[in-house]
Ligand binder design. Structure first.
Ligand code: TRP
Length: 466
């Protein structure tokens, strides 16, 4: 059994090594944050909710609620220096409260594993589209062809399963190599690459002739479209996109060097994440308008509308492939952060080798993913509560587990941990600290509770808004 007591200087050290620099940590959390949520979901949710007005509210949610929660999660992670379950137990005890706070860690690790089980299936889908677009499948294709390609892919459990397997294999590969040689190497390459790909695609979009239309769609605030429902949607999106409330960022915080500023790093991540989401919108909407397509196409935007748009543009085969490579990278760096908490737990708890733990965790999550694979074909007709197995998994994790564990995390940092402990991690009592404390004690919990009650359907304040 490993010792969990602090070293002589009163600080525990990570059992998995540390990020080699502040930059590496920022890239890792950015890699986790930037995912399908930014490139696929943000643009169309923003479009459906009044564009500019929604974007303003969303930025407000990121800064006022997202940022304090992210800081709380990182500071808990760094102080505990263990996997989220043990960290919560240790800190609960050290703060003179209960070890039972470990259940918040359990909730987070479980939720992350559940999310990964379907995130990997969607990640596999993007991987499959790299090959399809590379082979020219969408070249000059009409809507029927593009829809048929998607239905043909999703309809085959063998195909979806194969790419889910491939995606999970590369995720296991990275996590198995450890914090410095795996996670850090992957994000050092992929996060900047992602940014460059996005800029290249932005150039392409600007040339489409419809950049102005895309800009005004995203940024002209139409406050008449802003409802309470959109405010809640903005808050939910802020949570999911920042990867908070799930132990992923907490696990990453455990590897953060002592002297690195938590507030500064969190702010950098929030800015990077929001910029990438905005850029994605500026890439996607001009293409949509240039081809006379529907900007509010919803979930089909990335897999139907975009291949269609690229298929009718010069250099479309190349740029479509590039786009799906980008999306695969984004999903991949998020997936590793979803696997890390469970792997860290297994390594620490059972003293397993990291590679073995990664295979065990990855294998189990892969098996759970089969439920999602089948939801698109064999079990497509098998629906209950919110829809297919996949729909239920999505609802349970994103709308219930995520805000719930986020709420407990921020309450723990704001109310359970004493002022000395949090001030110690956040670098002393200054203005930023005071702001963090007010936000994490009052504003963030109230905001989260509000969203939780609404999206979970426990409180239908505004008449069926989702
Ligand atoms: N933030 C990622 C996205 O935008 C998804 C994600 C990765 C996530 N890790 C997470 C969400 C942890 C919640 C918790 O696609």
């Amino acid at each position: 059994m490993l010792s969990n007591s602090p070293a002589e200087n009163g600080k525990r050290t990570s059992l998995h090594g540390n990020w080699t620099s502040r930059m590496a940590f920022i890239l890792a959390v950015t890699g986790s944050a930037v995912g399908l949520g930014n490139i696929w979901k943000f643009p169309y949710v923003a479009g459906q909710n009044g564009g500019g007005a929604f974007v303003l509210v969303y930025i407000g949610c990121v800064l006022l609620v997202g940022l304090p929660v992210m800081m709380s999660e990182i500071l808990i992670g760094r102080r505990g220096r263990r996997n989220p379950i043990v960290t919560m137990a240790l800190l609960g005890e050290e703060e003179g409260k209960s070890r039972q706070w470990q259940w918040v860690g359990v909730l987070g690790v479980l939720a992350a594993a559940l999310i990964l089980s379907y995130y990997s299936v969607i990640g596999g889908w993007t991987l499959a589209y790299v090959l399809k677009s590379g082979a020219g499948a969408f070249d000059a294709a009409d809507p029927d062809t593009v829809t048929a390609i998607r239905d043909g892919f999703l309809g085959s459990s063998a195909n979806v399963g194969l790419f889910h397997t491939l995606f999970m294999a590369v995720t296991i590969f990275v996590v198995a190599r450890g914090v410095e040689r795996g996670l850090e190497q992957a994000v050092r390459f992929m996060v900047p690459a992602l940014f460059v790909l996005l800029i290249v695609l932005l150039g392409y979009s600007i040339n489409s002739g419809y950049f102005g239309a895309g800009m005004s769609f995203m940024f002209s605030p139409d406050f008449s479209k802003l409802t309470w429902g959109s405010v809640l949607a903005a808050m939910g999106q802020a949570f999911f996109t920042l990867s908070i409330g799930m132990g992923a960022v907490m696990a990453y915080g455990a590897y953060l060097p002592e002297e690195t500023s938590i507030g500064g790093s969190s702010l950098a991540v929030a800015i990077a994440d929001t910029s990438i989401a905005t850029l994605a919108g500026l890439v996607i909407f001009p293409l949509v308008f240039a081809n006379g397509l529907d900007p509010a196409a919803g979930p089909g935007l990335v897999f139907i509308t975009l291949p269609l748009a690229f298929g009718h543009m010069p250099g479309g085969v190349f740029f479509a492939t590039l786009f799906f490579v980008l999306l695969t990278f984004a999903a991949w760096t998020s997936a590793i952060s979803l696997m890390e908490p469970a792997v860290a737990w297994l390594v620490e708890r059972f003293n397993r080798a990291r590679s073995e733990a990664a295979m065990l965790v990855g294998g189990s999550i892969w098996a759970m993913g089969i439920a999602t694979v089948l939801s698109f074909n064999v079990l497509a007709e098998f629906t209950f509560l919110k829809g297919t197995l996949f729909d239920n998994l999505d609802h349970l994790t994103i709308n219930i587990m995520l805000p719930l564990s986020g709420l407990f995390i921020v309450l723990f940092a704001g109310w359970v941990m004493c002022r000395n402990s949090t001030a110690d991690e956040l670098g002393g009592v200054d203005l930023a600290y005071k702001l963090w404390r007010i936000f994490s004690r009052y504003l963030a919990p109230v905001g989260i509770l509000f969203v939780f009650l609404q999206v979970s359907g426990l409180l239908d304040l505004f008449g069926g808004t989702r």
